[in-house]
Design a protein. Structure first.
Length: 172
């Protein structure tokens, strides 16, 4: 399971997020370039940038959760006793699993509603745009279950890496 999670998030998802980021930057720059030099921007760049931004945000948040870079309040957890901290982590992972399940389920249901709608300019079926909801829900679900199982085995990696990085970078 560890190898699967590593390949899925560290290689596949990270590559897709980077690719979408390049697409987003390129379309925005094309929009700016055509607006300045041609006085009439390409109509499709705005829509493509919006769709790329949606995918970038959702998949980027999954990647951020995998790398443990989401903002968190660990002050209260640091004051807990080890047993309370263990139970608190189980609660947190359970809530993540619950919300990931909701995102995947209702995201999938939404695909049935928007199945035949097309975007106004590019004429892309909106189900392809909204499919990021169940995809990211499933990715969150896999990650949360994996983290919960590691925690229950005692191999918890829940310590945020962000604070250690910031301590070395701050110079006064």
């Amino acid at each position: 399971m560890e190898k699967f999670v590593h390949v899925l998030y560290d290689y596949i998802i990270e590559y897709i997020v980077r690719l979408i980021g390049v697409l987003l930057i390129t379309t925005v720059l094309m929009q700016i370039f055509t607006r300045i030099f041609f006085k009439v921007p390409f109509s499709w760049t705005d829509e493509l940038a919006r769709f790329a931004f949606i995918w970038y945000c959702f998949l980027g948040s999954v990647l951020t959760m995998h790398k443990k870079m989401h903002l968190g309040i660990d002050y209260f957890e640091s004051k807990m006793k080890p047993k309370s901290r263990f139970v608190n982590r189980i609660f947190v992972y359970s809530m993540q699993i619950f919300f990931a399940s909701l995102l995947a389920y209702y995201g999938y249901k939404l695909l049935g509603i928007v199945g035949r709608q097309k975007s106004p300019i590019m004429r892309v079926q909106m189900k392809y745009i909204y499919s990021v909801l169940p995809i990211s829900g499933i990715l969150y679900l896999i990650l949360s279950i994996h983290e919960l199982l590691l925690h229950l085995k005692g191999e918890d990696t829940a310590q945020p890496v962000m604070m250690e990085t910031l301590k070395g970078d701050v110079q006064i």
